[in-house]
Design a protein around this ligand. Sequence first.
Ligand code: ATP
Ligand code: MG
Length: 177
Amino acid sequence: MRLFFALWPGPALREQLAALGREARHRCGGRATPPDKLHLTLAFLGEASAPQADALAASTRERAIAPGTWTLSRIGHFPRAGGHFPRAGVVWAGGDAGAEALATLHDRLAALADDAGLGVRSPGAFTPHVTLLRRAGAPPEGWRPTPLDWHYRAAALVASTSRHGTHEYVTLARTRH
Ligand code: ATP
Ligand code: MG
């Protein structure tokens, strides 16, 4: 299984993000992230064994994070180089207000994973984002969505598994709050 730390939106924010995803799909094409899979990855840890996952789940439950607010105010695009699809790419929602606290969270959770013997497998800078679309075209220049405030109090340790061709996220543990 692959492990990652993430923030999962509550029901109201999830619906707002899903609506933004539908609007993005209308503008950029591609495939929208199903509402229950909308999330923010705080730290990607990569492949882990079951004992490693158990150990990290236990230390996650003992940990608390500083609550905060992240404001999603812009739409970004990761073009996918060398993909098979002529309009390959990820369209995401992100924002700078509150992003510094997320970078701090990234560092703290990465350190927690490191203590459990799992390193962070993300090359390059941490760019907080919520993937709205895959295989999508570039968003139109100047599109500024109505800002959404994401209030968070806990982070989740999530396992990502593929079984019978279906892809699942399973929450293994949450930080205390
Ligand atoms: P799939 O890869 O099967 O299409 P997925 O990308 O949703 O599905 P994972 O690849 O397990 O699932 O990734 C889990 C989360 O971690 C996602 O938010 C993904 O964007 C992020 N992620 C995956 N690989 C990396 C990486 N190398 N660096 C940073 N984040 C990553
Ligand atoms: Mg992936």
